[in-house]
Design a binder for this molecule. Structure first.
Ligand SMILES: Nc1ncnc2c1ncn2[C@@H]1O[C@H](COP(=O)(O)OP(=O)(O)OP(=O)(O)O)[C@@H](O)[C@H]1O
Length: 248
């Protein structure tokens, strides 16, 4: 289990300062949420912290190491990402076997067959799925494969970028429960982006409310129940989410 620390993260793209100055700490084994309106910079935090984008200022550490000091191989073994759209994140012409075996080959890991079967079993899929292609699976099964791909190198930290929002409502809870079980079993540290406060409330111990590239407030579940949010935007977001839950 490793903690994550983000300090004074800032990024400017063209003339726009997307993140002026973002800092937060995530404890080892914690699930930390990032919520906020569309365009508030949630995914940008993950893109920078994972080094998908590298032109930013500040510091991101996993355990005692800066992500900038890790080489690509080390970073892949430390940190993996799960994206919103499992169809988009899986190559249409690659079988599950190819998707799962490639990282093992690149990292020179042995017992590949056993590792692939174990990763599929971890996400609740039988080993026959190794021969399937993305179009032969449901959305939920594709997301399970994307999660298996993230697990296969046994990382410490997972960044989850709206991992259920492209899925049918009936499958969303299944995937969230799977992610919660995996965290318990494997001791992952999660940073989870969502626009859905109910999802974050279900999954995360604490969450940061973002607006216009800034964290306006960090809250935990008890703060929601006790209506303790101080910042007007955070209060508004929570109020809107609670009102929506009452309507549906
Ligand atoms: N490649 C890019 N070039 C320029 N601006 C970008 C780029 N990607 C994102 N942005 C801008 O950065 C800001 C933050 O985007 P980001 O995707 O991080 O928001 P978000 O909170 O994750 O939104 P959503 O919930 O809709 O995914 C937005 O104003 C967006 O227009």
């Amino acid at each position: 289990m490793k903690p994550v620390s983000v300090k004074n993260l800032s990024i400017t793209l063209g003339a726009a300062q997307i993140l002026p100055d973002v800092s937060f700490d995530v404890a080892a084994g914690e699930c930390f949420g990032l919520v906020g309106e569309s365009g508030s910079g949630k995914s940008t935090v993950l893109r920078c912290a994972s080094m998908l984008w590298s032109i930013w200022d500040g510091e991101v550490r996993i355990g005692d190491q800066s992500v900038r000091d890790m080489d690509v191989m080390e970073r892949c073994r430390t940190l993996q990402m799960v994206f919103q759209d499992p169809y988009g994140s899986l190559h249409p012409r690659q079988s599950v076997r190819t998707v799962l075996s490639e990282p093992l080959a690149i990292h020179g890991l042995d017992n590949r067959q056993d590792r692939m079967k174990a990763a599929l079993s971890d996400v609740g899929l039988p080993s026959e799925f190794l021969d399937r292609f993305p179009h032969q699976m449901s959305g939920g099964q594709r997301q399970r494969v994307a999660i298996a791909r993230a697990l296969i190198l046994e990382p410490d930290v997972l960044f989850l970028d709206e991992p259920t929002s492209a899925l049918d409502v009936s499958v969303q809870a299944e995937i969230l429960n799977l992610l919660a079980r995996l965290r318990q079993e494997k001791g992952f540290t999660y940073i989870m982006v969502s626009h859905d406060l109910a999802v974050v409330d279900h999954m995360c111990e604490r969450f940061a409310v973002m607006q216009s590239g800034r964290i306006v407030e960090v809250l935990d579940r008890d703060d929601i129940v006790a209506n303790r949010a101080k910042e007007p935007y955070a209060r508004e977001l929570i109020g809107a989410s609670l009102a929506y839950e009452q309507v549906v």
